[in-house]
Design a protein around this ligand. Structure first.
Ligand code: HEM
Length: 144
């Protein structure tokens, strides 16, 4: 009886400590390097100011609902970094389809994003993780 009780206790503890198969915990290290959600909010605030100050990107963003775009970007990036967020905005293709975005415009935006991440002290390794997730979206966003 004693042995059986011991086995039950060990099995219960193991079940509590070990993650269930197929439900591995997300790797939050990159999300944390961005300062989690408050860090992303700061970076997107700074990013939008840079997009509006940059003559290459200002024409696209001056007429946009900047508060909405920032909030959607926070959720989208938070979700891409496995953080506790869900992106509820429009899909990338249809959203950008009518904007006539060229490769040079895309590159200008990425440059401004890098400056915003630098300004908030995001380590290069974490910056590159995010850029690697965003890069494949260029196929949907660049239309001319
Ligand atoms: C990987 C790159 C990009 C990502 C992840 C991205 C993401 C987003 C998101 C999440 C929104 C808001 C969605 C919503 O309101 O439901 C948005 C809107 C917008 N984006 Fe992008 N974007 C990217 C590249 C670009 C580029 C290169 C430009 C132009 C230079 C651009 C111009 C805009 C504009 C003008 C809006 C507002 C559209 C509107 O309100 O109708 N985006 N983008």
């Amino acid at each position: 009886m004693k042995t059986r009780h011991f086995i039950t206790v060990v099995a219960t503890c193991a079940a509590m400590v070990l993650p269930a198969a197929g439900h591995a915990e997300p790797d939050l290290s990159t999300f944390q390097a961005f300062g989690e959600k408050p860090g992303l909010v700061k970076i997107m605030d700074d990013f939008m100011l840079r997009l509006l100050a940059d003559p290459r990107t200002r024409p696209f963003f001056e007429k946009a609902d900047q508060t909405r775009v920032k909030a959607q970007l926070v959720d989208q990036i938070c979700a891409a970094l496995e953080g506790p967020c869900t992106y509820g905005g429009a899909p990338m293709g249809p959203l950008h389809a009518g904007l006539g975005i060229r490769e040079a415009d895309f590159n200008a935006l990425v440059e401004d994003l890098q400056k915003a991440m630098d300004a908030q002290g995001v380590p290069f390794r974490a910056q590159n993780k995010l850029l690697a997730k965003l890069a494949p979206m260029h196929r949907e966003i660049i239309t001319r």
